[in-house]
Ligand binder design. Structure first.
Ligand code: ATP
Ligand code: SF4
Ligand code: MG
Length: 331
C-alpha cells in the first residue's frame, strides 16, 4: 500500500497484502491485507488496540506462526520473496538477518542455561565461532547492552537477573548477529518508564551501527514518538493509516487515529486509554459488513456500513482507508 520515496533497492523489507488466518475450532482472519515497508536505518512504529493483528503480522514475517496457519501475500526481503523460499534458507535468514524481540523476555531465554552460554550459542551456530571466542563475544555484548559486571552476569541463569536485565539480554541476543531488520514486539512494556527509555535508546544505538531498520510494535504513543519516524496504525487486522509520525500525531486523517489521539496529549497517552471511543474492536471471526470501524465511528453512514474502504493515498503522501477521510480531517 504505502510506497516510500526510495528505490526498490533501498527497501529492506516489503510486506504486501499480508493475510494471516488462524485455523482452529473456528477460522480467525487476524491479518487482512496489511502492507508496509522498511528502509535501511528507518524506525517505523505499529500502533493499534489489543487484538488488531500486530503480533500476528510480525510472527508471519519471522515464520513463527503455529503450523496450519494460512499466510498469503508477499513478504520480500531485499527483493527476495520469503514465502517462496525453501524452509532452510528462510530459517537461516530469520534469527540472523531478520531478528525479533518479544514482549516477554522469557520467551527468548531458556531458563536452564546461563545467559552468556545462550548468546555464545548463537555465534557458534550461525557464524561457526569457536567455543571460547563465542563466550568472549557474549561477555562483550552483555557489557555493551549496559549490564555491569558482565563476566559474572554471563554465568547467571535468567531467573537470577532483574526484568530489565533479562530484557537487555533478549535485546543482546536479537542484535548479536547484526540483523538488518529488527522486529520489536512491545519490547519495553513490562518495564518501568526510565528503563523503557534507556532500552529504546540502546536498541536504536545498536541498530545504527549497521544502519538497520526497526519495526517497533507498541501500545505507547510516547514510546513511538521517542524513536519512530513513520507510523502504521492498525485496526481489526488492517492498516487504516500510515504516514510520518509527526504528521500522524499533529493531523490524523482516519477517525480511528483521531480517536487514539483525541483529548489527551500524546506524550501522556497509551492506546489502552481509549476512553473516548465507545465499544470494543470487533471479533475478527465475526466482522461487520463494510468498514470494520463503523460500529464505533461517529462519522459512519450507509456507505461505510456496506462498502469496505480501500486504502488510498492522499495528496500529502499519507495512506488512509476511510471513505470520508478528507471531510473528517477537514483537508
Ligand atoms: N493462535 C491463534 N489462534 C486463533 N486466534 C488467534 C491466535 N493468535 C492470535 N489470535 C487472534 O488474532 C487476533 C490478532 O492477534 P494479535 O496477537 O496479532 O493481536 P495484537 O495486535 O498483537 O494484540 P496485543 O496488543 O494484545 O498484543 C486476535 O483476535 C487474537 O485473538
Ligand atoms: S469509512 Fe466510515 S466508518 Fe470507517 S472510519 Fe471512515 S468514516 Fe468511519
Ligand atoms: Mg501482540
Amino acid at each position: 500500500m504505502e510506497r516510500p520515496n526510495t528505490s526498490l533497492l533501498d527497501v529492506l523489507l516489503d510486506v504486501e497484502d499480508l493475510r494471516v488466518t488462524f485455523r482452529g475450532a473456528r477460522e480467525v482472519p487476524a491479518v487482512r491485507g496489511v502492507s508496509f515497508s522498511l528502509a535501511p536505518g528507518e524506525t517505523v512504529a505499529v500502533l493499534g488496540e489489543s487484538g488488531c493483528g500486530k503480533t500476528a503480522t510480525a510472527r508471519a514475517v519471522m515464520d513463527l506462526l503455529e503450523p496450519g496457519t494460512e499466510v498469503t501475500g508477499r513478504i520480500s526481503y531485499r527483493g527476495e520473496d520469503l514465502l517462496a523460499l525453501p524452509a532452510a534458507r528462510r530459517r537461516a535468514l530469520c534469527g540472523s538477518t531478520l531478528a525479533m524481540v518479544f514482549q516477554d523476555a522469557q520467551t527468548a531465554l531458556n531458563p536452564s542455561f546461563p545467559v552468556g552460554d545462550q548468546i555464545a550459542e548463537m555465534f557458534r551456530v550461525h557464524t561457526g565461532t569457536a567455543k571460547k571466542a563465542a563466550r568472549e563475544r557474549a561477555v562483550e555484548l552483555i557489557a555493551k547492552v549496559g549490564i555491569p559486571d558482565a563476566r559474572r552476569r554471563a554465568r547467571q541463569y535468567p531467573h537470577q537477573l532483574s526484568g530489565g536485565m533479562r530484557q537487555r539480554v533478549a535485546i543482546a541476543m536479537a542484535v548479536a548477529l547484526g540483523p538488518e531488520v529488527l522486529l520489536a514486539d512491545e519490547p519495553t512494556t513490562a518495564l518501568d518508564v526510565t528503563v523503557q527509555a534507556q532500552i529504546l535508546d540502546l536498541l536504536r544505538e545498536l541498530l545504527d551501527e549497521n544502519d538497520s531498520a526497526l519495526l517497533l510494535i507498541t501500545h505507547d504513543l510516547a514510546v513511538a514518538a521517542q524513536v519512530a519516524s513513520r507510523g502504521v496504525v492498525m485496526y481489526a487486522g488492517q492498516v487504516v493509516e500510515t504516514g510520518p509520525l509527526e504528521r500522524l500525531y499533529r493531523a490524523p486523517r482516519h477517525p480511528y487515529t483521531i480517536a487514539l489521539l483525541e483529548s489527551v496529549p500524546v506524550l501522556e497517552r497509551r492506546v489502552e486509554d481509549l476512553g473516548s471511543i465507545p465499544g470494543a474492536p470487533p471479533d475478527p471471526a465475526a466482522l461487520p459488513e463494510g468498514c470494520a470501524f463503523a460500529p464505533r465511528c461517529r462519522f459512519a453512514d450507509e456507505l461505510c456500513r456496506s462498502v469496505v474502504p480501500e486504502p488510498r493515498e492522499l495528496p500529502e503522501g499519507s495512506v488512509v482507508a476511510c471513505h470520508h477521510a478528507e471531510a473528517v480531517a477537514g483537508v
